[in-house]
Design a protein around this ligand. Structure first.
Ligand SMILES: [Zn+2]
Length: 123
């Protein structure tokens, strides 16, 4: 029912580019890595256009597209969400040790780990 509401008649239920292999939304500006995955996949596939999606392609076995499609979902869905939520996109390994120690200290002093008396039902 939701898909019927989103269907705009051209076979594309989202605005913007579609993946030629899974029909999901595709990043408008794919990274070089995604472009390389796509080029490799394109070399092992054939055109399979359908109404509303003339760029659609078919690959056999379909599992060859798994890595490519997982990566475009990462670029289209996950990375924009993490940016919106303020998550860093690169790991600062030089600060990692101190952050883990801070986390362990706050975790061990929290009420999530009760003392031995609580485990015996005395608190
Ligand atoms: Zn895809």
């Amino acid at each position: 029912m939701v898909s019927e509401l989103l269907d705009n008649g051209d076979g594309n239920d989202h605005p913007g580019p579609q993946c030629p292999y899974c029909d999901d939304a595709y990043p408008g500006t794919p990274t070089k890595h995604l472009q390389d995955l796509r080029a490799t996949l394109d070399a092992h596939s054939r055109p399979c256009p359908i109404p509303g999606h003339p760029q659609r392609r078919s690959v056999n076995p379909v599992t060859l597209a798994t890595s490519h499609c997982a990566h475009h979902r990462l670029e289209h869905d996950v990375i924009p969400l993490t940016r919106k939520q303020g998550w860093p996109l690169s790991i600062q390994f030089d600060l990692l040790h101190a952050r883990i120690l801070d986390f362990m200290e706050s975790f061990l002093t929290s009420s999530m780990i009760p003392g031995p008396r609580c485990s015996l039902g005395h608190c």
